[in-house]
Design a protein around this ligand. Structure first.
Ligand code: HEM
Length: 150
């Protein structure tokens, strides 16, 4: 019964999944960049600091959090759509590991945002430049595993 409904919705669910993924990835690429400039140019008080903290909280709460939740909801609807995921192959496990790591990175950014807001950040801009590569590497693992399906 529910399987038939999910099967009928499959192309719509996948389209909504990809739209949510694009919105989430946009934030995962941009927020670390804001942190780099916040640390290197604005410091932990003053008007520029206030502007960066406002941009960071809006990006996280208004775009990234809803997009991550939508990515998971539509992604899990796809997981439970009959015939879509063959757990005896490698790709669902590789992709699963990739999306759990991406969700951890989202959470890590949330913790750093609170530190920057409180003026208690101890990490240099260089750390955020390096961490900015994490979503790129995870995206490559996730997209190649789900499209090529090795
Ligand atoms: C957050 C948890 C996620 C779950 C549970 C999930 C699950 C799935 C499933 C089951 C499919 C259907 C595969 C098929 O139709 O053959 C799918 C499709 C897809 N997913 Fe995800 N996904 C998640 C996150 C992501 C992320 C973070 C990305 C990109 C960075 C991504 C990119 C894609 C793409 C591009 C497709 C379409 C693949 C195709 O049409 O061949 N997904 N996802």
């Amino acid at each position: 019964m529910i399987g038939d409904i999910l099967a009928g919705l499959y192309p719509w669910t996948k389209a909504l999944h990809i739209v949510s993924v694009i919105s989430w990835m946009a934030g995962l690429f941009y927020l670390p960049r804001l942190f780099v400039h916040h640390v290197e140019r604005a410091g932990d008080s003053g008007e520029t600091h206030e502007i960066f903290t406002m941009m960071e909280v809006k990006l996280l709460r208004l775009i990234m959090n809803p997009a991550m939740i939508a990515t998971w909801i539509f992604g899990l609807m796809l997981v439970f759509t009959p015939g879509i995921v063959d757990w005896s192959s490698l790709w669902p496990w590789l992709k699963g590991a990739g999306v759990i790591a991406m969700t951890w990175f989202h959470h890590w950014l949330g913790l750093r945002r609170k530190e920057l807001l409180a003026g208690s950040n101890t990490r240099p801009g260089r750390t955020y430049r390096l961490m900015n590569e994490v979503p790129t590497l995870l995206m490559l693992l996730i997209v190649f595993s789900v499209v090529v399906k090795f």
